[in-house]
Design a binder for this molecule. Structure first.
Ligand code: LAC
Ligand code: ZN
Length: 454
């Protein structure tokens, strides 16, 4: 960027709000260096919504792309700039705007970490249920922009289910509020829903109004180990048949388990091909006890071993290490995020391993069994072009299989730039065209997070 242009940006965000030597950390996300060519002219770190609006307006006037960025923990390159221009980081906007414990709600700056949102709720006897991984690094605005999930989405829904209002800077630079602190709102189109999960392609989320719940009084967790994915599927279906909604129903396949077994807070029996992690909760002691009993009985059917009374928080902390541990195995992984109807869960777990082997790779999966959402990973070594292209071929085949099973190419991580080709291949052209029309209506210059999603 020209010196005069940088001076104008500096006037908006201040000396320390502008980075002209773009740090490498702003050119990647948690997917690592897998297949995106990143490029940016500057990083701006605004301190309030008005600064965000001024930066976006300036970029529109100067026809410069804007790439909004939360904590950078995404796995699809969604926050990675690919056409140059400005990376707009929200990390300096972390204020609590209001917290009304008795009304079960709070409003925060978009840059507040999701961990802080969860903590503030907990300290007030409440709970913010969405729990995508990397809670301490990821930001609530990014979680909204990707409609992030997590283990507890099974019972409580994904991030968007908890959003009552959004403050958004539109691609023109206009600051608008969509929804608010009301719990119901049927006035006009639900445009906040359109922003939720739009991956920064329709505007920059600067503020988020959330509804919360009273925290469950009692929680407990158990882990069931099975010989294979088929047996795990039976445990899963028995848990559904029990009529009790588990707070979470996550799984780990045999290969992933080998990688993470040493840090499991218990001991893994030999001969395990699949594990199921189950949480029961309740707002009264009785409700919890009934839920726990029903779930333990159902997941016990056909299990090799059931670890009852697994400490809840350590279990989920362990669970949160899977993605990093699997990547560290060979240095890198190509990680997919497919979702299938729950009755096709075991078939898909087996398909990952089988497809990987045919491409000469090691494949494994873990994830949110109750939602039929698998994090299918193909392990690769950094710098091996050939392994990366074989992993890409394996992923393409997996996506084809998942679509045949009536599944989706992304259950929770979104499309970003890494999954775009796969999404474009499988999406209905009429639905794609409708999305393009929406995009053109809101971002006619095409400057907001270009080359993402479709
Ligand atoms: C997980 C993240 C990768 O569930 O979504 O492990
Ligand atoms: Zn996940």
């Amino acid at each position: 960027l020209a010196v005069a242009a940088l001076a104008e940006l500096r006037r908006i965000v201040g000396e320390d709000g502008l980075l002209t030597d773009v740090p490498r950390s702003f050119l990647q996300d948690a997917a690592g260096a897998v297949g995106v060519e990143a490029r940016a002219d500057a990083v701006v770190l605004p301190s309030d919504p008005e600064q965000v609006a001024a930066v976006v307006r300036w970029c529109a006037e100067n026809r410069l792309p804007v790439t909004p960025r939360g904590g950078g923990t995404g796995l699809t390159g969604g926050a990675v700039p690919v056409e140059g221009g400005v990376v707009l980081g929200l990390e300096r906007m972390r204020r609590l705007r209001r917290l009304d414990p008795l009304q079960w709600r709070m409003e925060v700056d978009a840059g507040m970490s999701t961990g802080d949102v969860q903590r503030l709720a907990r300290e007030n006897g409440l709970v913010f249920p969405p729990d995508p991984g990397a809670a301490e690094e990821s930001q609530i605005g990014g979680n909204v922009a990707t409609n992030a999930g997590g283990p507890h989405a099974f019972k409580y829904g994904v991030t968007g289910a908890w959003v009552t209002g959004l403050e958004v800077v539109l691609p023109s630079g206009e600051l608008v509020r969509l929804g608010g602190t009301v719990r119901k709102d049927a006035a006009g189109y639900d445009l906040k829903r359109l922003m939720i999960g739009s991956e920064g392609t329709l505007g920059v989320i600067t503020g988020v109004a959330l509804r919360l719940l009273p925290a469950p009084l009692a929680r407990s967790a158990a882990v069931a180990f099975y010989a294979d994915a088929e047996a795990c599927q039976e445990g899963l279906e028995a848990a559904f048949a029990s009529g009790v909604v588990a707070a979470a129903l996550d799984f780990v396949d045999g290969r992933t388990l080998e990688i993470v077994a040493s840090t499991y807070p218990g001991s893994v029996p030999p001969g395990v091909g699949c594990g199921l992690m189950v949480e029961a909760d309740g707002h009264t002691v009785g409700e919890h006890a009934d839920a726990e009993a029903a779930l333990l009985e159902s997941i016990g059917e056909g299990a090799i071993q059931v670890d009852r009374h697994t400490p809840v928080d350590p279990l989920w902390r362990w669970r949160d290490t899977f993605t990093g541990a699997v990547a560290a195995r060979r240095g890198l992984k190509l990680s997919e995020d497919v979702a299938v109807p729950v009755d096709r869960f075991a078939t898909t777990v087996e398909a990952v391993v089988e497809i990987a082997a045919r491409h000469g790779l090691e494949g494994c999966s873990w994830g949110h069994a109750g939602d039929g959402n698998l994090h299918a990973s193909f392990l690769i070594e950094p710098g091996h072009r050939d392994q990366l292209s074989r992993a890409e071929a394996a992923a393409a085949e997996l996506f084809g299989r998942v679509i045949e099973l009536d599944g989706s190419v992304s259950g929770e991580h979104g499309i970003g730039s890494l999954k775009r080709a796969h999404y474009l291949r499988h999406a209905d052209p009429a639905v794609l065209e409708l999305q393009r029309q929406v995009k053109r209506a809101i971002d006619p210059l095409g400057l907001m997070n270009p080359q993402k999603v479709f």
